[in-house]
Design a binder for this molecule. Structure first.
Ligand SMILES: NC(=O)c1ccc[n+]([C@@H]2O[C@H](COP(=O)([O-])OP(=O)(O)OC[C@H]3O[C@@H](n4cnc5c(N)ncnc54)[C@H](OP(=O)(O)O)[C@@H]3O)[C@@H](O)[C@H]2O)c1
Length: 266
């Protein structure tokens, strides 16, 4: 989902992009990474094991991609002096805070996916000290399944929908994030960890209501509920708001601009 928008944004601004799907490069293969990036000026790694619930019972498989794979990409980039952006997640934090997490807050993931992504961050920074690690959250976009697209589908299927109102985060459009990732590389921003999320914060209930409103549907069809009524295999952080530098617009603005392409799909 994110990778497709990164490719589109880079090509639209005139960059020469090689887009590699898993069939062309499995990042678990170090030798293949070494070959793939031999001529690269910069690499943006959007590949990951992203099935959060499945990672609970397949942590070793998720680790192989999110930690070892990320390390392989970083080692290959360092060997070829290529810039690197590694995409990470809000799930490296435990969500027990009540104010936004600064980039230097201690990592304390609640679930297996978060542990593997945190390991990836450490591995990337150790293998490639010049790398950018960009934590993002609550992504939606034109090229993949997402909460926003699910809400649009459910609106066609049901009169009302219950949505949890006790998890806080920053809904972020993949296109807006892609622009930030491009700019970090092009500007030669300082190495280290960045937070790449929308400004403002919302609950899933807020996001569902705003999606309905923008789609011309009655937001009162969205009802609030609590996450204990919808247990999932992987625990979710309750307060997942990242302190950022405000470079990305407010989440409502991103959603407004994104909705036509998200509704239309790939
Ligand atoms: N979605 C979110 O809300 C969210 C939130 C926070 C952070 N992130 C992070 O943002 C990044 C992009 O996420 P996304 O939502 O765009 O995920 P996505 O749509 O699931 O894309 C991940 C891609 O990685 C590929 N992949 C998996 N294993 C691979 C391997 N061993 N080698 C090469 N490619 C492999 C997948 O290929 P297949 O489709 O063939 O499996 C898929 O194309 C990830 O780092 C993710 O952890 C996402």
């Amino acid at each position: 989902m994110l990778g497709r928008d990164v490719v589109d944004v880079l090509r639209a601004s005139g960059h020469d992009v090689v887009a590699l799907a898993r069939a062309e490069l499995d990042i678990r293969d170090l030798a293949a990474c070494m070959d793939a990036f031999a001529e690269s000026d910069a690499v943006i790694n959007t590949a990951a094991w992203t099935d959060v619930d499945a990672a609970e019972r397949n942590e070793a498989d998720a680790y192989a991609v999110n930690a070892v794979g990320a390390a392989n990409v970083a080692r290959a980039c360092a060997a070829h002096s290529a810039a690197l952006v590694q995409v990470s997640t809000d799930y490296v934090f435990d969500g027990r805070a009540s104010t936004p997490y600064p980039v230097g807050a201690p990592l304390a993931p609640l679930n297996a996916y978060g542990r593997t992504k945190a390991a990836g961050e450490w591995a990337v920074r150790s293998e490639h000290p010049g790398a950018h690690v960009v934590r993002t959250a609550w992504l939606y976009g034109a090229h993949g399944g997402s909460f926003v697209r699910t809400m649009l589908r459910l609106a066609q299927e049901r009169d009302s929908v219950e949505v949890v109102d006790d998890q806080h985060g920053q809904p972020t459009w993949t296109h807006d994030l892609a622009v930030l990732l491009r700019d970090l590389v092009v500007e030669g921003a300082p190495a280290g960890v960045h937070h790449g999320t929308s400004s403002g914060e919302a609950t899933w209930y807020d996001l569902a209501r705003e999606t309905y409103r923008l789609a011309g549907l009655d937001p009162e069809r969205v009802r609030p509920t609590t996450s204990d009524r919808y247990p999932r295999p992987a625990p979710r952080p309750q307060y997942s708001v990242l302190a950022n530098d405000g470079r990305l617009p407010d989440w409502r603005d991103g959603l407004r601009r994104a909705l036509p392409s998200v509704a239309e799909g790939p």
